[in-house]
Design a protein around this ligand. Structure first.
Ligand SMILES: [Zn+2]
Ligand SMILES: [Zn+2]
Length: 431
């Protein structure tokens, strides 16, 4: 065994203290030979290749890389079996490999695990060297072997059933095969692992100076699948003129889902009051008068008049009259929600969002006043249409207009070019 005390690689790269004396570091002859081969490979002129031949090159190159990966793993495991990483100031051999070999922590751990298990997986080793499985398969096999033999009373690992699946399946599918095998061998351990991942769930909501929000988080597989299943149908392209990116559609879907939960009363009430967005604005802001201040939305701060108008379009309104010293003179509730009979007639007539091509059902819509009630529009069937969250936004904030044709059909009028809102990405670049 080596007995290195201090490595001076940073000061004198080719010397180190070995067995108490400063000695030149010898490179392994096979690595010198490999480097020469790789250098001449990297410098070689590349002839024009047909795509079929390029495909063959890729297959062969990947196989050679996999064979080298396995060799790297054997050496990584041998290194991890010593205390050399600790002597050099690293917390663990994984940490030393991660840092010195410029790898991720999980890749370093996979390499050590593959090297440690290689003797228990002779058929897997042969299959990799023959190019019948990839290094991705091998590390999964090794991690499964390690998990199933970790207790002192464990039976020796039989690689054959899983190897048969590795030979037939992609790395992605083989990952599932390994999870099934681990569950079959020890359901308690599989549950404990799942519980650990659930415990690691978090969501960070960070509000920027202008009230905008940054999200960052982590979900376990089940939580992630639940979110994805809820968001995907809402994130599909919606109706005509939908040019949003997938990222924007997913973000819109999250806002729509939250606003639907608030509208439908699905969010638990606090102090017997249904949870909903609270917006405060002057009558001038609500009617869109020039020179009026912005509205105020709870948790968001100042918001444009168009947003106030959208939020007030299908909402309960409390009117507070203030005297000259801003003391309330009178507080009254105003009805701007369609009466039950009107809403029933509206549901029967429109059945869902009226935007052409949009398939949001009635339960996912609001009643939009085509002439806003703050400008004298009536809360009556002729002035109301059902519209989904996104298209309601397009009408109020996005500058589109909806009008009813004399034959009853709905006409959409696009915004004037100068009215089109310019989206701003977090880095400030106009999108
Ligand atoms: Zn509206
Ligand atoms: Zn719609």
């Amino acid at each position: 065994m080596f007995d290195t005390i201090v490595c001076m690689s940073d000061l004198v790269p080719q010397y180190a203290w070995i067995n108490g004396s400063l000695q030149p570091l010898r490179e392994a002859a096979e690595i010198v030979e490999l480097r020469r081969a790789v250098e001449s490979f990297a410098c070689a002129r590349r002839a024009e290749r047909h795509p079929v031949e390029v495909g063959e090159d890729l297959r062969e190159l990947r196989h050679l890389i996999d064979v080298l990966e396995l060799d790297f793993s054997r050496r990584a495991a041998a290194y991890a079996a010593t205390d050399q990483a600790e002597r050099e100031g690293s917390a663990t051999p994984q940490d030393w490999i991660r840092h010195e070999c410029r790898m991720s922590g999980s890749a370093a751990d996979a390499a050590i695990c593959a090297g440690e298990q290689v003797r228990a997986l002779p058929q897997g080793e042969q299959a990799l060297e023959a190019g019948r499985i990839g290094f991705g398969h091998f590390t999964l096999l090794a991690r499964t072997a390690r998990a199933l033999t970790s207790s002192p009373s464990a039976e020796p690992f039989d690689e054959r059933p899983l190897l048969a699946q590795a030979l037939a399946h992609s790395v992605g599918r083989f990952r599932h095969d390994c999870a099934h095998a681990r569950h079959a061998a020890d359901a308690q351990a599989a549950l404990a692992e799942h519980v650990d991942v659930v415990e690691a769930r978090y969501l960070e909501l960070r509000t920027g100076e202008d009230g905008a929000m940054f999200l960052r988080g982590f979900l376990d597989s089940v939580g992630g699948a639940t979110l994805r299943t809820a968001l995907e149908p809402l994130a599909r392209f919606a109706g005509a003129e939908d040019t949003r990116s997938r990222g924007r559609r997913l973000a819109d879907a999250l806002v729509e889902l939250s606003s639907h939960a608030l509208d439908s009363g699905a969010v638990p009430a606090t102090r017997n009051v249904r949870t909903h967005l609270q917006v405060t604005a002057t009558a001038e802001t609500l009617s869109g008068a020039a020179g009026s201040p912005a509205g105020e939305l709870e948790h968001a701060g100042p918001v444009p008049a168009a947003t106030v108008q959208r939020l007030a379009c299908d909402a309960g309104v409390t009117r507070v009259l203030l005297d000259a010293r801003s003391a309330p003179l009178d507080v009254s509730r105003e009805r701007r929600l369609p009466a039950s009979a009107t809403r029933r007639a509206l549901l029967a007539r429109d059945r869902g969002c009226v935007w052409p091509g949009c398939e949001r059902p009635a339960a996912w819509t609001s009643a939009h006043h085509m002439v806003h009630w703050a400008r004298g529009g009536k809360t009556e069937l002729d002035n109301l249409v059902l519209i989904c969250h996104r298209h309601h936004w397009m009408v109020h904030e996005g500058g589109w207009q909806l009008a009813r044709h004399s034959d009853g059909t709905i006409v959409r009028i696009p915004p004037l070019p100068e009215r089109r809102p310019t989206a701003r990405a977090p880095d400030g670049a106009a999108a």
